[in-house]
Design a binder for this molecule. Structure first.
Ligand SMILES: Nc1ncnc2c1ncn2[C@@H]1O[C@H](COP(=O)(O)OP(=O)(O)OP(=O)(O)O)[C@@H](O)[C@H]1O
Length: 584
């Protein structure tokens, strides 16, 4: 019933715009719109409505959206809305994120309305025509973290906003005057640029003036006397304390020892998830400048990219259109400490050919790892997607060489990590991604050692695991090189090591042949060129010699005895020696 009511309210809202919407998207306006709407876990209320850049104009229809009383996230940014800040939004008491930027809204902000939106964490009203003063009642929004009022016509003095959680402010390009209040002086000057405001150094200078019209010498004498008295008092207290300690043995430490605050460690910014009692927290790597936090992640639109053995992988597009990959880890078998230690090691690795671990989250119920997103997809998709279909875009030899070069360099960097002790443990084509220049980048780093081990039977049939691997949690740099060799063979043959059926024509019935054995088999019986992917062979250019060299590297990597395999640094050198792709 409640969901129906919510839907009705939303449809009433939409009905005001039908004509413009139809003009905007002839094909399927409603369909598109519903993708921006999501419900709570019980599916009985609408909690998030995002309708950015849909071409809405006119007033925000009153008592439509505001009837969605469970709404937490509302984005109507980049439309053409006019009129005042909607006074009926006072009903949206659960709202945490409000994005109304880039519209034509105007008029003053009514203090009473804002003070009621007590749960707001993000308020973005930038790039509108709001005027009047900035209401001091914003101080009541104690959860506020982001406040963007830039590019409006706000005037008067900036109120003292005592908001401890506030981490981003932008009041630039308004008509504000006076001094920046103390509570906001921790923010960069650029947050206030384009106004006639100063920070209160002039006030401070005034305070430094000698009081009561005393002459400078008299003032200095008094100051010296105060200092001497202060010093004597301090020394007296220290001496008595020491004596007391000596006389009474163990002295009690006054006050409480403060717990170390992880947010003060450089490079890490810790945000507690207010909703979890179990101490869930998200840790970011690489400085404080993160455009998202846990709420943003959880309230952003997510698309399932796939489900692996240990995790479900989502592509998450944030309100600012940046995209990350979030892996919800299902089978973590280590405790918080070990999990955090592993993530810290991985978070230190920064290399152009290794997918960056941006953040992680640990709570009793949920463990997340946030990586950078590669829009070109994985090597697996590039090699095997749409095979045999007319719209397949073939992957040429140059691209394959570039992928091999990048991925080998990425893996070499990983093996240097943790004082040269780090291994990946899950090198395969679906974990190698293509960057904008078609270099291969290694993804999914750091998960195998903290997850449940795969059963041995799975290892044997996975096609990528080295024969000595019986426990996927105990991978080694040798086994990584083996898996990388399989990827090279996959690149050359265009055959997937995980589908033995592809190798079937040359295997005897019932024989379970891996890619390396299949290649050796074919090379022994036929000529070497038989193993290469037809897609590259049909390409003009005569790259066969280069491909044979790569085949030798791949076969060296998949040597059965681990000590016979080359070190990854050697592999990088050998691949680069085939042809340097960088200059191209
Ligand atoms: N950072 C990323 N950028 C783009 N696509 C990704 C990223 N990480 C994973 N994917 C894609 O998401 C899908 C699911 O990935 P996931 O890692 O869950 O499964 P998998 O790689 O098939 O198996 P495994 O769990 O063993 O790694 C795969 O198609 C993978 O290529």
């Amino acid at each position: 019933q409640t969901l129906d009511d919510d839907k009705k309210a939303l449809l009433t809202f939409l009905s005001h715009f039908n004509s413009s919407l139809l003009r905007w998207n002839q094909s399927s306006p409603v369909c598109h719109l519903w993708t921006g709407v999501s419900c709570n876990a019980n599916r009985d209320r609408i909690v998030s409505v995002r309708l950015p850049a849909v071409g809405f104009n006119g007033l925000i229809p009153p008592f439509t959206i505001s009837r969605l009383s469970s709404l937490k996230f509302l984005s109507l940014r980049n439309n053409h809305f006019t009129g005042d800040f909607p006074s009926d939004f006072i009903n949206l008491k659960n709202l945490t994120h409000l994005y109304l930027q880039h519209n034509y809204l105007s008029g003053p902000l009514l203090p009473v309305i804002l003070s009621e939106l007590k749960n707001l964490k993000v308020l973005d009203l930038s790039n509108n025509g709001f005027n009047g003063s900035i209401p001091a009642s914003l101080s009541g929004l104690t959860s506020l973290r982001v406040l963007n009022l830039a590019n409006n016509s706000f005037s008067g003095e900036i109120p003292d906003l005592d908001l401890p959680k506030l981490s981003q402010v932008n009041l630039s390009n308004n008509k504000l005057v006076g001094t920046i209040p103390k509570s906001l002086q921790r923010f960069q000057r650029s947050a206030f640029s384009g106004n006639k405001v100063s920070n209160n150094t002039t006030q401070r200078q005034r305070q430094h003036k000698i009081p009561f019209g005393l002459s400078q010498i008299a003032f200095l004498l008094i100051l010296a006397a105060v200092c001497v008295l202060g010093f004597s008092g301090f020394s007296y207290t220290m001496i008595t304390c020491c004596l007391r300690k000596k006389c009474f043995g163990k002295a009690r430490i006054p006050g409480k020892l403060r717990k170390r605050d992880s947010s003060s460690s450089p490079g890490n910014w810790t945000a507690r998830d207010d909703n979890t009692e179990e101490g869930g927290k998200i840790i970011f790597f690489g400085g404080r400048n993160h455009s998202f936090d846990l709420d943003d992640l959880l309230s952003s639109s997510a698309e399932v990219l796939g489900k692996g053995a240990f995790s479900t992988t989502y592509k998450v597009t944030m309100e600012d259109m940046s995209t990350v990959v979030v892996k919800r880890l299902k089978e973590v078998v280590v405790g918080r400490r070990e999990f955090e230690q592993q993530m810290e090691i991985i978070g230190m690795i920064r290399h152009e050919f290794v997918a960056e671990l941006k953040a992680y989250y640990y709570s009793k119920d949920d463990k997340l790892a946030v990586y950078s997103y590669y829009s070109q997809g994985s090597l697996f998709q590039m090699l095997h997607g749409n095979r045999g279909k007319y719209h397949r875009v073939p992957l040429d030899w140059d691209a394959r060489l570039r992928i091999a070069t990048g991925a080998a360099r990425g893996l070499a960097t990983i093996h240097e990590g943790n004082n040269g002790k780090l291994s990946h443990g899950n090198i395969k084509s679906s974990n190698i991604f293509l960057d904008s220049q078609c270099y291969g980048c290694i993804g999914d780093l750091g998960l195998t050692t903290i997850m449940r081990s795969l059963p041995q039977t799975t290892c044997l049939t996975s096609g990528y695991h080295a024969p000595e691997i019986t426990d996927t949690r105990r991978s080694t740099q040798f086994s990584d090189v083996y898996s990388f060799g399989v990827v090279l063979l996959e690149l050359l043959t265009g055959k997937s090591p995980v589908s033995p059926a592809e190798l079937a024509p040359t295997t005897r019935q019932g024989e379970n042949m891996d890619l390396a054995s299949w290649i050796k088999n074919v090379v022994a019986k036929e000529w070497t060129g038989e193993v290469f992917d037809m897609e590259i062979l049909s390409q003009s250019g005569g790259f066969e010699e280069e491909m044979v060299e790569m085949l030798q590297i791949g076969l060296a990597c998949v040597a059965l005895k681990q000590q016979d395999r080359p070190h990854i640094a050697q592999v990088v050198k050998l691949i680069e020696d085939i042809r340097s792709v960088d200059a191209e």
